[in-house]
Design a protein around this ligand. Structure first.
Ligand SMILES: Nc1ncnc2c1ncn2[C@@H]1O[C@H](COP(=O)(O)OP(=O)(O)OP(=O)(O)O)[C@@H](O)[C@H]1O
Ligand SMILES: [Mg+2]
Length: 357
């Protein structure tokens, strides 16, 4: 297992397609890293550069302190599992044993290792079955086993569960996390599913348009997104983003006035236009009338039920927000009063979209 460090990696495909832009990041040894970003943002390109399947246009790749930029994929020994499971035309046992046979490992050791990983992935009873006969989830289990069995330096999974039915997907997610804990693998898990990244990762790298825009724990990514893109992309529902203008010591949006006297020195040099950010669960909702001007009267235009929780779509006072609350007796069309928890409010620059507070 190694730590993986990228230094100023840029990748340009023929036709001037800039897929990766000056990425520098260090994935620590033995950690589970999510790489999260929308389709086409450069995730696969970056992973291929780590595995040695692509040579970057610019920049260097290090494993621990060794520069591996010019090293072959074989020598790098990174196991990569792709979105579409690749299985060879042989039994499950033969598939998992394959990389060990190539390395001329003694047969009894192969047997022991194959049984060990097949057990972990829950396919021990299928070892004699022809791999191509398995369903997508089974084939991906075989591909993951074959990747794990060779004790790679690091393990890259590129959207491995996106073609698998939702139920098996949950089972495999949990399994993978358990295996990573046990084997202490350095893992990079590529996904465009933010829920998957949040549940699995020790740290998440968020990528957009070829750049890594934040690399932090799931909690920090969720609570303190670096910009409005992440605030919107991560979390269900997305963070409420409310355009607001600086007027004296307040950010004002409709009837909403948020006191920023503490932050004035940070805001004033940037102009007057900002965006207030607040997570849906950080909006307090009252069914009884509030007269205090901190509270705003809103109309409930839609209710999404999440079982014990409700997401209320609220309009009024010149703004629109979604609030997440424990189930309360509210109906569409009702009036409610809301208050933003002041300590939970984030402020973004409207031009750069970056978080200031
Ligand atoms: N071989 C190639 N030649 C030219 N352009 C490419 C090539 N491979 C990828 N690209 C382009 O590079 C950009 C990044 O692609 P990449 O496959 O790395 O994105 P991704 O984040 O993995 O997307 P997805 O989530 O759809 O898998 C895209 O604009 C894509 O069209
Ligand atoms: Mg991809």
């Amino acid at each position: 297992m190694v730590s993986i460090r990228l230094e100023n990696i840029t990748h340009i495909y023929p036709g001037e397609v800039v897929a990766v832009r000056d990425v520098s990041i260090a994935f620590q040894d033995k950690t589970f890293n999510g790489l999260l970003g929308p389709s086409g943002c450069g995730k696969t390109t970056l992973m291929k550069i780590i595995a040695g399947l692509l040579k970057p246009t610019k920049g260097r790749v290090y494993f621990d302190d060794q520069d591996v930029t010019d090293m072959s994929p074989q020598k790098r020994n990174i196991a990569m599992v792709f979105q579409f499971p690749v299985v060879y035309d042989m039994s499950v046992y033969g598939n998992i044993a394959f990389p060990l046979r190539v390395r001329k490992i003694p047969e009894d050791e192969i047997r022991r290792k194959v049984h060990e990983v097949a057990e972990m992935l829950g396919i021990k009873h299928l070892l004699h079955v022809h791999a191509a006969a398995l369903d997508a989830s089974g084939r991906q289990r075989v591909a993951i086993s074959r990747a794990l069995v060779r004790s790679p330096n690091a393990f890259i999974l590129d959207e491995p569960f996106s073609n698998i039915d939702p139920e098996s997907r949950l089972v495999l997610r949990a399994k993978l996390k358990e295996i990573q804990r046990e084997l202490k693998q350095t893992m990079i898990f590529v996904t465009h599913d933010q829920a998957e990244a949040l549940t699995l990762s020790d740290k998440i790298a968020v990528m957009s348009e070829g750049k890594i825009i934040q690399y932090d724990s799931p909690e920090v990514i969720y609570e303190n997104p670096a910009n409005t893109f992440i605030a919107y992309f991560v979390g269900i529902p997305a963070m409420n983003l409310i355009p607001a203008s600086l007027q004296g010591s307040f950010l004002v949006a409709g009837d909403l006035r948020y006191d920023v006297s503490r932050y004035k020195h940070l805001l004033e040099p940037r102009g007057t236009e900002f965006i207030l950010g607040i997570r849906a669960e950080n909006i307090e909702v009252s069914l009884s009338e509030k007269v205090d001007k901190e509270w705003l009267k809103m109309k409930c235009s839609m209710i999404e039920s999440l079982g014990a929780l409700l997401i209320l779509h609220l309009e009024g006072a010149g703004i629109y927000v979604k609030a997440k609350v424990r189930r309360i007796p509210v109906s569409e069309g009702d009036s409610v009063w809301i208050r933003l928890k002041p300590e939970k409010v984030k402020i973004f620059d409207k031009k750069s979209r970056e978080r200031i507070i």
